[in-house]
Every structure is written in C-alpha cells, then in structure tokens.
Design a protein around this ligand. Structure first.
Ligand code: SF4
Length: 61
C-alpha cells in the first residue's frame, strides 16, 4: 500500500520522517492536512506544526 501514495502538488513538505511524505519528491501525499501551533502567540514558522504528521515505521527508524 505504501507504493499507492500519490503526491499532492499543493502541499510541499520536507519532513521525510513522516509516513505521509513522498520522501523522493518533498511533497505530502495527503489530500488535506491540518496545521496547528504549540504556542499561545505564534510569531515565526517554527511555532507551527503539521498535526497530520504520523511517524514513519519500518527498518529505517
Ligand atoms: S502529513 Fe504533514 S508532516 Fe507529513 S508529509 Fe504531510 S505535510 Fe508533511
């Protein structure tokens, strides 16, 4: 099923540790993601998070 992933041209992402990442193309494979924040008052990109992140499982750790 891993090979059935399709890249979403509208969501670029470099988080290769995420199960939804295309890895070879720096794109997300989800049709839609949820972005959130862990800060009370976010001021820089680092304050935001992809809440659709799922840790990749498998041999590469
Ligand atoms: S779910 Fe979020 S972190 Fe994972 S590949 Fe998509 S955009 Fe990146």
């Amino acid at each position: 099923m891993e090979n059935m992933k399709k890249k979403n041209d509208h969501i670029k992402c470099t988080v290769s540790q995420c199960q939804h990442n295309m890895v070879t193309e720096n794109y997300c494979s989800l049709g839609c993601i949820t972005v959130g924040t862990h800060e009370a008052n976010p001021t820089v990109p680092e304050c935001t998070d992809c809440n659709s992140f799922v840790k990749r499982t498998g041999c590469s750790g």
